[in-house]
Design a protein around this ligand. Structure first.
Ligand SMILES: Nc1nc2c(ncn2[C@@H]2O[C@H](COP(=O)(O)OP(=O)(O)OP(=O)(O)O)[C@@H](O)[C@H]2O)c(=O)[nH]1
Ligand SMILES: [Mg+2]
Length: 515
C-alpha cells in the first residue's frame, strides 16, 4: 500500500497502478522508496548482532560488503568476510542472508548481516553502510511500517508485534503472539466481509428493487445478519476489559488507615524495601508504583498514603492521590490491623463494614455498574474486586480466636504478618487468582479486545449499525445504506484499510529502530 498525501488515504498497489498518471501518486511512490538500514537486534555487547537492510539497493549492498559477484541462495546463511567497500578494509566475519522481496518481512528486497555484537564492529558496519549512495538510517518502526504498506501485516498484527516486543510476562506474550498471528485480523476481517456483503445487498436493493431481479426478502436477510453481527460485536466489547488489562497490567492499590502496614505489605510482595516503613503514622505521602509479574500476569502494585483526616496540607494531597488511585485500580487490597479483630466482640463482617465506613469506602453489589469511569472521590468499590488483609497477626494469639476468618459478601479475607511472613503465601495465591480471573486465559477462547483504539472503532461501528436499524424501520433506506457504509469504515480503520498518517505515527512510534 502507498500513502496518498492529498487524500490522507493508503492505496493498494493495484489501485495505485490505475492512478499512476496523477502527481500525488508519484509522490506516494517516492515516499515509500529508499533503502534503509539499522541494527535490529538491540544494542550493547553481545555474541551476535543483526543489521538489516531493506529496499531496492539491498542486493547491491550485499554484493559490495559481502564481496560477492552473485547473490547467494535466498534465505540461506552464508559465512563471509565483510569489508568496507570505500576503504577496502575488513570489518568482521559473519553470516549474511538474502531475502528477495516480496517474500521478506518488509515485502522488499532485504539483507541481514549477523556480525559479532561489539560496539566497534557495529559502528564500523554502520559507517560502511552510510557511505553507500541512496542508503539511509531507518526511523523507529520503519521496517514494520513498510511491511504494513506492502500488505504483509494489517494494523492489528502490527500492534500484536509491538506488544510481543514489549511483553514482560508469559500471558502477555501469548496474547500478543495470537494477535500477531492474525487472530484479531481474522475476527474483524470476517465481520468486515459480512458487513460488506450486507452493504452491497442494500445498495443492490436501492438500485434494482423496481426490476424483478432481486430476491424479495433481501432486506430481511440483511437485517438478520446486521443483528447477528451487532450481537457478536457487543459480546466482544463486554469482556470486562480482559485483553486490555492483560496488555497494560492489572492495577492493584493497597489502601488503609495510617500505620497498618501497607508499605510493609508492598515490600513483602516485591521482596525488596521499595517503600519507606516506619512506626510514624503518615510516613507514605506519594503513591509508590511497582510493576511485577504475578504467576505470569502483569500487575502494577501501588502503595498509598494512609487514609485519615489531617490538617497537614502535604498529607492531605497524599490522601487525595490515594483515593484517586483507589478509583482507578482494578483490585483494592484493604489493610487492617488484626488486633482490632481480636479485641472486639463484633463479627468480622461488622468490623469490615465499620472500617470501610470510617475509610469512606462504600461497597456496591457484584456486577453493578461500579468504579469504572466513576468519579474517584466517591471511593466506591465492588466486593469482588476487594481483598481484605488483617495484618500483624504476630501480635495476637491466633489459637485463641473465637471467630472464624472467612470471606464476607464476596470479599476475600486473609490474615497474615508482614513481619514473620505467616499467611503471605495464601494471600499471594488469592491475589494471583483474582488477577487471573480479571485477565482470563490468553490462549483459550475467542481473541480478546486489546486496545482502546479497537474499542473506540467497534463502539462507533455499533452506533452506525443501530442507526441503520432505525433508518430502515423509518423507511429511509438510502440513509440506512450510508450508516452501513460508515459502520464498514470503522472496521476498516481498525485493520488499517483506510487510516490517517497521524494514527500510523502513534502506532509505529512505539517500535524501536530496527523493527
Ligand atoms: N508486629 C508487626 N509490625 C508490623 C507488621 N507490618 C508492619 N509493621 C510495623 O508497623 C509500622 C507501620 O508500618 P508501615 O508499613 O510503614 O505502615 P503504613 O500503613 O505504610 O503506614 P503509613 O505510610 O504511615 O500510612 C512499622 O513500624 C512496621 O514495622 C507486622 O506484620 N507485624
Ligand atoms: Mg506507608
Amino acid at each position: 500500500m502507498y500513502h496518498c498525501k492529498q487524500t490522507g488515504q493508503f492505496l493498494h498497489k493495484d489501485h495505485l497502478l490505475k492512478l499512476t498518471t496523477s502527481n500525488y501518486c508519484n509522490e506516494a511512490i517516492l515516499n515509500a522508496s529508499g533503502t534503509i538500514f539499522a541494527v535490529c537486534s538491540g544494542f550493547g555487547k553481545c555474541g551476535v548482532s543483526v543489521v538489516r537492510i531493506s529496499g531496492t539497493q539491498a542486493s547491491l549492498v550485499l554484493k559490495k560488503i559481502g564481496q560477492m559477484r552473485k547473490l547467494p541462495k535466498p534465505r540461506t546463511a552464508v559465512y563471509r568476510r565483510l569489508v568496507n567497500p570505500d576503504l577496502k578494509e575488513p570489518i568482521d566475519r559473519g553470516l549474511v542472508m538474502w531475502f528477495p522481496g516480496p517474500a521478506s518481512f518488509t515485502g522488499e528486497d532485504t539483507v541481514e548481516f549477523h556480525v559479532h555484537g561489539g560496539p566497534a564492529v557495529i559502528t564500523a558496519l554502520l559507517t560502511a553502510l552510510g557511505t553507500i549512495p541512496d542508503l539511509r538510517h531507518a526511523q523507529p518502526g520503519e521496517f514494520t511500517k513498510r511491511s504494513f504498506m506492502n500488505g504483509k501485516l494489517d494494523l492489528t498484527e502490527v500492534e500484536g508485534l509491538a506488544d510481543l516486543i514489549h511483553a514482560e510476562t508469559e500471558s502477555q506474550r501469548i496474547q500478543a503472539l495470537r494477535q500477531l498471528e492474525g487472530d484479531l485480523h481474522h475476527l474483524y476481517g470476517d465481520w468486515r466481509t459480512r458487513l460488506l456483503k450486507c452493504t452491497a445487498n442494500v445498495n443492490a436493493y436501492i438500485d434494482f428493487s423496481e426490476d424483478d431481479n432481486i430476491e424479495e426478502d433481501i432486506l430481511d436477510i440483511v437485517n438478520r445478519e446486521v443483528q447477528s453481527l451487532m450481537n457478536e460485536i457487543k459480546a466482544h466489547l463486554s469482556d470486562n476489559r480482559r485483553g486490555e488489562r492483560l496488555r497494560d497490567g492489572v492495577q492493584v492499590a493497597i489502601l488503609g488507615k495510617p500505620n497498618v502496614g501497607k508499605s510493609s505489605l508492598l515490600n513483602a510482595i516485591t521482596q525488596r524495601p521499595a517503600a519507606i516503613v516506619s512506626p510514624v503514622p503518615g510516613t507514605t505521602r506519594d503513591v509508590v508504583d511497582i510493576s511485577l509479574n504475578l504467576g505470569g500476569y502483569p500487575v502494577l502494585l501501588s502503595d498509598t498514603a494512609g487514609l485519615r483526616e489531617t490538617p497537614d496540607a502535604v498529607e492531605q494531597e497524599g490522601v487525595r492521590r490515594a483515593v484517586s488511585r483507589a478509583g482507578k485500580s482494578d483490585v483494592q487490597v484493604i489493610v487492617l490491623e488484626a488486633q482490632i479483630f481480636a479485641s472486639q466482640q463484633r463479627s468480622l463482617k461488622e468490623i469490615i463494614h465499620i472500617h470501610f465506613q470510617e475509610l469512606g469506602i462504600s461497597l456496591t453489589q457484584n456486577n453493578e455498574e461500579t468504579t469504572e469511569g466513576a468519579d474517584c472521590s466517591d471511593k466506591v468499590v465492588q466486593g469482588s474486586d476487594v481483598v481484605v488483609v488483617l495484618n500483624k497477626c504476630d501480635l495476637i494469639e491466633l489459637d485463641t480466636l473465637q471467630k472464624p476468618i472467612e470471606d464476607i459478601d464476596g470479599i476475600r479475607v486473609c490474615i497474615l504478618s508482614c513481619l514473620t511472613g505467616e499467611g503471605m503465601e495464601k494471600f499471594l495465591n488469592i491475589l494471583t487468582e483474582k488477577v487471573k480471573d480479571m485477565c482470563g486465559s490468553p490462549s483459550a477462547g475467542s481473541p480478546s479486545l486489546t486496545q482502546v483504539r479497537h474499542r473506540t472503532h467497534l463502539t462507533q461501528c455499533l452506533h452506525h449499525m443501530v442507526l441503520y436499524g432505525e433508518r430502515t424501520r423509518g423507511g429511509d433506506i438510502v440513509l440506512a445504506a450510508q450508516s452501513l457504509r460508515r459502520a464498514l469504515g470503522e472496521l476498516g480503520r481498525i485493520m488499517g484499510h483506510v487510516t490517517s498518517e497521524d494514527i500510523l505515527d502513534v502506532i509505529f512510534r512505539d517500535f524501536c529502530i530496527g523493527k
